[in-house]
Design a protein around this ligand. Structure first.
Ligand code: PXL
Length: 265
């Protein structure tokens, strides 16, 4: 079985972060390895606290995992601040997983900062050049590219600007766009590909970004080319959202194992 490494924060409500990644990787047929960067106290409504882990402990997790496993892909999620970004970059440079999905997580759905603003420059300069693909939503893409995004045309332009920062590809997710929401734009050196999607009206979307990027990493680990990995991951996250779970009184989690319910069981 292929292994996929996620480097991310813990969500105690288990809809996003490392818990979403663990479920998405498992559901799509790989074995998940998990490196924690920060522990959050969180439910479906709010993030109440976050406690970042020491860079030494992050490095020890990397060294211990890579002494015994050879992950076919890795992804990064919540990195908290510049100290953690630098630590993760050093570890990725040392261990060089063959595919790297960078989800440039900046803010929780409820508005809690998951990356200090001062760390954005380290993400741009140090982390993005290591990425096989970066998966910003429109807010993150606007911030990274330094422009407003109102249309698919803007999304494409922001993807080109982020591509100039060194990743091999940029997937600008359209979930927050008014123009054809859920149309994602993949920008690579040779041009752009649009992935039209179905926009599902639901409250239960907690952890969709984490789930999507973890599924992309999984399909890369399973040997798909990038556009195919994105297409299959998009189908998966769309179904997980369609079957979202009305748990808690805020944004409920997606159902990572929707295919085990009902008649199938
Ligand atoms: O979806 C972004 C995200 C990433 N990582 C952690 C989170 C969240 C959103 O709440 O809690 C740990």
């Amino acid at each position: 079985m292929e292994t996929v490494l996620t480097v991310a924060g813990s969500d105690s409500g288990a809809g996003a972060g490392i818990q979403a990644d663990l479920k998405a990787i498992t559901a799509n047929g790989a074995y998940a390895l998990t490196i924690l960067t920060s522990v959050t106290a969180q439910n479906t409504r709010e993030v109440r606290a976050a406690y970042p882990l020491s860079p030494d402990l992050i490095e020890a997790q990397f060294d211990t995992i890579f002494d015994d496993f050879a992950p076919a892909a890795a992804k990064t999620g919540m990195l908290a601040d510049e100290v953690r970004v630098e630590a993760v970059v050093r570890c990725l440079e040392k261990h060089r997983p063959p595919n790297l999905v960078v989800d440039p997580v900046m803010m929780s759905k409820s508005g809690y900062p998951l990356l200090e603003p001062a760390a954005v420059e380290a993400v741009r300069k140090r982390l993005l050049p290591l990425a096989t693909v970066v998966t910003p939503n429109v807010h993150e893409a606007a911030h990274l590219a330094g422009m407003e995004i109102r249309s698919l045309e803007d999304a494409r332009e922001s993807g080109k600007r982020i591509l100039d920062m060194g990743p091999k590809a940029v997937l600008v997710k359209g979930g927050h766009l008014e123009e054809r929401p859920a149309t994602d734009t993949l920008v690579v050196e040779d041009g752009e590909v649009e992935f039209p999607g179905e926009y599902i009206q639901t409250r239960n979307t907690h952890g969709t970004g984490c789930t999507y990027s973890a599924a992309i990493a999984t399909f890369l680990a399973l040997g798909r080319e990038l556009p195919q990995a994105v297409a299959e991951a998009k189908t998966y996250v769309t179904e997980a959202i369609r079957h979202g779970l009305p748990l808690g009184s805020g944004a409920g989690p997606t159902d990572h194992f929707y295919f085990l319910r009902g008649d199938a069981r």
